[in-house]
Design a protein around this ligand. Structure first.
Ligand code: ADP
Ligand code: MG
Length: 250
């Protein structure tokens, strides 16, 4: 089911970002509507992670306008405002970084309790529902070290969802996993997208991107050099660089 709308939740306008002398984003324009699933693909070092980090205020652009869920991210001045933004935008990284000394359940419960002030019993109830959703209901009392990479990544997704975000960013969340556990993580993300979660995925899983995306964005050297439907990017692009990059996909 396509849950895309005409209601922008993310808008980047002419965003420029440098680290020291290195220009990393060179004028990014990107609009993402509520309910969209958008994949960002492109070569390593082209700025994909930096785009996600801009949206979540983990890095600050030098110029341009960034609006996320009605918040002018480029104008945030205080750390408290950045935290308010991050409550609404979940992010899942390649390295899942669970707390090793906490159980799976406590890993999921800790932020809602400490940051949102949710009552422990209520946070646990939500956490168990989320564990069910990521198909790990039986692992609530396990420790991260007892789980496979794919299982840990699914806990990390549940942890992000526990904050009830309006938007979730996924940065190469399957790149560090053993091939046999990639599929179970993609299943969980596919379910979320089908339920209408607005999602931005940086991914090298081309077939998955083709299957689940409303829009695909191709970045190269700090610029968006192509964006469109999966059909347009994976099959009909006349840009030789995009054709070469998605090459194997016929
Ligand atoms: P991608 O996710 O597409 O691989 P990134 O957004 O991570 O690309 O990085 C884009 C460019 O910015 C790369 O050249 C990278 O080396 C550089 N870069 C990223 N983060 C930093 C940083 N904190 N300091 C300096 N350079 C950085
Ligand atoms: Mg990256």
């Amino acid at each position: 089911m396509n849950t895309s709308t005409d209601d922008p939740i993310v808008r980047l306008e002419d965003v420029h970002l440098s680290f020291g002398q290195t220009q990393v984003l060179k004028g990014i324009d990107l609009t993402i509507n509520k309910g969209d699933a958008v994949s960002i693909i492109g070569p390593s070092g082209s700025g994909k992670s930096t785009i996600l980090r801009c949206i979540n205020a983990l890095v600050t652009a030098q110029s341009g306008r960034i609006t996320v869920a009605g918040i002018r991210v480029d104008q945030l001045a205080r750390e408290s405002e950045r935290i308010a933004l991050r409550k609404r935008v979940g992010i899942v990284f390649q390295q899942y970084n669970l707390f090793p000394h906490l159980t799976v359940l406590d890993n999921i419960v800790i932020a809602p309790v400490r940051i949102l002030g949710v009552a422990r019993a209520e946070a646990e109830k939500t956490a168990r529902e989320l564990l069910d959703r990521v198909r790990l209901a039986d692992k609530a009392n396990a420790y991260p070290g007892q789980l496979s990479g794919g299982q840990q990544q699914r806990v990390a997704i549940a942890r992000a969802l526990a904050m009830k975000p309006e938007l979730v960013l996924f940065d190469e969340v399957t790149s560090a996993l053993d091939p046999e556990t990639v599929g179970e993580v993609l299943w969980v993300i596919r379910d979320l997208i089908r339920e209408g979660m607005t999602s931005i995925l940086v991914t090298h899983e081309m077939r998955f991107a083709e299957e689940i995306s409303d829009k695909v964005v191709f970045t190269e050297n700090g610029r968006i050099v192509g964006q469109g439907s999966p059909q347009q990017i994976f099959h009909d692009s006349d840009n030789p660089r995009i054709r070469q990059f998605v090459g194997g996909l016929s």
